[in-house]
Structures are given as C-alpha cells and as structure tokens.
Design a protein around this ligand. Structure first.
Ligand SMILES: Nc1ccn([C@@H]2O[C@H](COP(=O)(O)OP(=O)(O)OP(=O)(O)O)[C@@H](O)[C@H]2O)c(=O)n1
Ligand SMILES: [Ca+2]
Length: 506
C-alpha cells in the first residue's frame, strides 16, 4: 500500500516535471529564435541598383551602384559595380541628335547585362549634366533642350525607371561631390563617442573638403570655421544622420582644365603677328594646329576673338614652366577684391583649413606626374617636378609614355602647372600636405558628384540617425548564450529524468 502511494507520487512528479521541462524547453527555443530574429530581422540580402550618367563637358560616364536594401543605413555600403565610358565627347558637343542612341546604347546595354532582369523596372536612372551644358545654355538654349529630350526619349525606351535628365546646378555639383567623399570616407556617421561629444562644437571638423577639377569648371566645397565674410548664397545647409553641416561651395565656370587652356591660348593669340602661337605650356618640339573657330568658339574664350586671323593657327611648344605659370596667372583676376583676402573671379573663399580630397583632373594629373604620394608635401616639390617635365622634349615624353592617350599626354605640362597655380590661388600654399588626391575611395566608388546625387535622390542619407538595433552587441550575445545554456540544461535535465522514469517503469 505504502509502495504504491510512493510510486504514484513519483509518477506524478515525473510526468509533471517532464511537462514543465518541456514547457521551459519550448520557451527557451522561442526566446532564442525571437532574439535572433529581432536582431537580424534586416539581414537577408536584397540588393538594389541605381544608374547615374555623369554628363561632363569632356565626356559622359555611366555609373552603376549597388547596395543592400536592408543595410542601407550603414555608412559606405553603396558601391560602384560598373563605370562605362560613353563613346565620343561630352553631350554638349552633340550636333547630330540621331547619333545619341549610337553613343549611349552601348552603356545602357551594359546596364541591362549587369543588373538582374527582375530588378530592371525598379532601378532608377538619372542623368546630370554639368559645365559643358551650362556653357551651351548661354549660347543655344534650344539645342540644350533638344539634347536633353533626345537623351530622355532614348532612356525611356529601356526597361529601367527613368527619373530625368537635367543640368545640375553649381551648388549641387560641389555639394554632392562633398557628400560623396565624406560618405565613402565614413565621415558622416562617426560614432557619438564621449570624445566626439566633448568636441561637439567642432564636430564638422571631421569632414573632408572636396576639390573637383573638370574640363569646363572647378568646384571647392568645405565646412568653414568662424566664417563671417562669406555670402549666404555660397553657404549650404544639410542635416545628415542627425548632424547639421554648413558648407561653403563655389563653382568657377571656365576654370576647368580644358576651358582654361583654350581661354589662355586665345588670350595669348590676340598679340600674334603671324599664325604661329608659341606655347610655353607644351613641350619643346610639340606642334599642332587649331581651327580658330574652335579657339574662339567657346563662351570662355570668345571675347579674345581676333577677326583678322585665318581659319587655323599653328601652335608650337616651348616647354617653359615659368612662362607657362605666368600666362596661367593672368587668368586669375583679383581686381574685384577689396577688404578681405580674396581669390580669382571676385569670390571670397573662406580660409582653408582641415583635410581636403582632390579628385577628377586633380587626381588624373597628379597621379600621372607621380605627385600623389604623401611624401610630396610641399609646393616646391611640385614646382621642381613641373620645371623638369615641361622642359622635356615632346619626342622623349611621347616615347616614354607611348601607351598614354596623346591628347592627355600633350597637356600634362599645362595641367600640372594649372593644378599648382589653381591650388595656390585657392589658398593652399601653406596647406599642401592637407590635400589627398583621390580616385576610387576605399575600393567602393569613384569620387565625384554622381554618387552623392543618387544618395540624395533615393533618400539614402536620412536627416536623422536611424534607430539603434534593439539590443547592443554585448546584450545580444549575453541573451543568446543565456538562452542556449538554459536550453542545454533543460535538455540534459529532461533526458536524466526521462531515463530515470523509464528505469522506474521497468
Ligand atoms: N586620364 C585622364 C582623364 C582625363 N583627363 C582630363 O581631365 C579633365 C577633366 O575630366 P573630367 O573630370 O572627366 O571632366 P568633365 O566631368 O568632363 O568636365 P566638367 O566637370 O567640367 O563638366 C579633362 O579635361 C580631361 O582631358 C586627363 O588629363 N587624364
Ligand atoms: Ca565633372
């Protein structure tokens, strides 16, 4: 009788213990899954794509960007997967509109191959045109409209989500270039560490300034300090990832590399007695001819038009760095300046400070001349290199760099001297070592306005910081370990009880 009561109690305890343990086991399993799911809810990869055509004055490039839709709020996760150079020159030089499909279709075809077919319809396509089209707009607004509408109709015939083709403003070009480099360098979303809170007043000091040198215009954009002389038109305000930024941005039309060269030669050609222009910025032994229609055909060089000249002029290099720099300096007119320090084109640039990223022709030129290394820390070093390079006979340059594009090669003496002079005029004389010449940043994407443009139009940089993850990493790990251990304990306990009970039943 005693024994049977004992066994009833044991049986009761065993069966209820098993139920309770089973219950705890299921709870732990649910908790473990819930913590894992909540934390990693957005981790499954769903890629998105975006296409931007950078229609510059010298040429057009199509960039394809790719990013994980769920991880988009993390810095630096948008990367460039394709850069396709459109054949021919910049869109502003298109005269035969029938040719537009011939030029653009190759890159659009590439986009169709690179982007998975089921993503085509949702992939936005943007075209932004810069200084070449701004210059054309002065002369022929109608042609500008025709070019943009031909490009638009072509793009609409593709399966992508076409979002428009337009001329972007000076301020957009500078600001988006600034956003691109700071986004890629991870400067916009630095952690709010106690140190950064301490330095809160100067928090935007951690951003890089942006220097872009194109074919027809150049931009400088940075966060100035204590600047009271800058006109409010040149200051732009952004709120990115919960922080306010006020940047100074200015674009100098005609101060791009190609237009500055044309302008300089046109200016020098006014004093010619014959059709021969001796050009100090070309190597000795270099000769070429140029149609006067081309020399004076641009908005930037037109005012020097010398009607007495024939259809062409002959150009002969003399390879003299000092003369070259002197003639470049004449382009920079400071005559409008009055009270404050000011630079060319009558624009007051706030005092330079902090780090700068220099890209486009700044980078192409300095990387060709081997002057991008951190060891090149002063203007004197660049000057010495330019003196030597400009005086090198063209025949030597041409054979030494046989595989370099001839147009670029013939102009690197000018480009290097121009970059040096432009940076001096912008106020970098004492700050040469603050400049980093950048191309593809951290392997993600090329520096330039196009990525910033897309980030903005797709609302990928929120004004406010995204909400933090539900659990911090240590809490997440602790919870996972705790529930896993509990699960193991419950499992072991359950097995022991089960074994004992089955023994008992026997
Ligand atoms: N390897 C290269 C590539 C380009 N260039 C020169 O760099 C200049 C600027 O190129 P880019 O930045 O592409 O200018 P665009 O965007 O076309 O011009 P903009 O921004 O003024 O519209 C051009 O004059 C081009 O001749 C160069 O010297 N070496
Ligand atoms: Ca450009």
């Amino acid at each position: 009788m005693e024994e049977s009561r004992d066994s009833r109690v044991k049986r009761f305890l065993t069966s209820n213990g098993m139920v309770i343990l089973g219950f705890i086991f299921i709870l732990c399993l649910i908790a473990l899954l819930a913590v894992g799911l909540v934390q990693n809810k957005a981790q499954s990869e769903n890629f998105k794509y975006g296409i931007v055509f950078d229609a510059g004055s010298s040429h057009t490039t199509m960039y394809i960007y790719k990013w994980s839709a769920e991880k988009v709020n993390d810095t630096g996760l948008v990367y460039e997967i394709e850069a396709c150079k459109v054949k021919g020159r910049g869109i502003a030089s298109y005269r035969n509109l029938q040719e537009i499909p011939v030029y653009m279709s190759q890159c659009m075809g590439r986009a169709k191959d690179v982007i998975p077919r089921f993503k085509h319809q949702e992939t936005p396509v943007y075209l932004g045109a810069t200084a070449g089209m701004r210059l054309l707009r002065f002369d022929n607004k109608e042609l500008v409209e025709k070019i943009l509408s031909s490009v638009s109709s072509l793009f609409k015939s593709y399966p992508f989500n076409f979002q428009g083709a337009r001329i972007i403003s000076d301020a957009e070009e500078g600001s988006y270039g600034w956003i691109t480099i700071n986004y890629l360098l991870g400067r916009l979303k630095e952690k709010h560490s106690p140190k950064s809170l301490f330095w809160r007043k100067n928090e935007s000091q951690s951003t890089y300034g942006a220097l872009d040198l194109g074919g027809a215009s150049t931009q400088i954009t940075f966060v100035p300090v204590n600047e009271t002389h800058t006109s409010s038109e040149m200051l732009k305000h952004f709120r990115l990832y919960g922080r306010n930024y006020t940047v100074f941005t200015h674009s100098y039309l005609c101060f791009g590399k190609d237009q500055a060269l044309l302008w300089k030669m046109a200016r020098n050609a006014t004093q010619l007695q014959s059709d021969l222009l001796l050009e100090p910025c070309f190597h000795p032994g270099y000769t070429t001819t140029m149609a006067t229609r081309k020399l004076y055909g641009s908005y930037c060089s037109r005012k020097f038009n010398n009607l007495d000249q024939g259809d062409t002029i002959r150009i002969q290099g003399t390879g003299n760095f000092l003369e070259c720099q002197r003639s470049i300096l004449e382009l920079f007119n400071a005559s409008f300046c009055n009270t404050y320090d000011c630079v060319f084109d009558s624009v007051h640039v706030p005092p330079i400070w902090g780090k700068f990223g220099a890209f486009s022709a700044y980078y192409y030129t300095m990387s060709f001349l081997n002057l991008t290394s951190e060891d090149v820390s002063s203007e004197e070093m660049v000057t010495r290199k330019m003196e030597e390079f400009c005086s090198t006979p063209w025949a030597v340059v041409n054979t030494t760099f046989a595989d370099v594009n001839k147009k670029y090669l013939s102009e690197y003496c000018f480009s290097g001297t121009y970059v040096l002079t432009l940076l001096q005029k912008l106020g970098f004389t004492e700050y040469w070592n603050q400049i980093e010449f950048l191309n593809k940043i951290n392997g993600y994407a090329e520096a330039g306005w196009s990525l910033g443009y897309m980030l903005n139009l797709t609302n990928m940089i929120p004004a406010e910081l995204p909400p933090p993850k539900p659990f911090s990493r240590p809490t997440y790990i602790t919870l996972m370990v705790f529930f896993s251990l509990l699960l193991a304990v419950v499992f072991i306990l359950g097995s022991v009880i089960f074994q004992k009970s089955s023994h008992f039943w026997k």
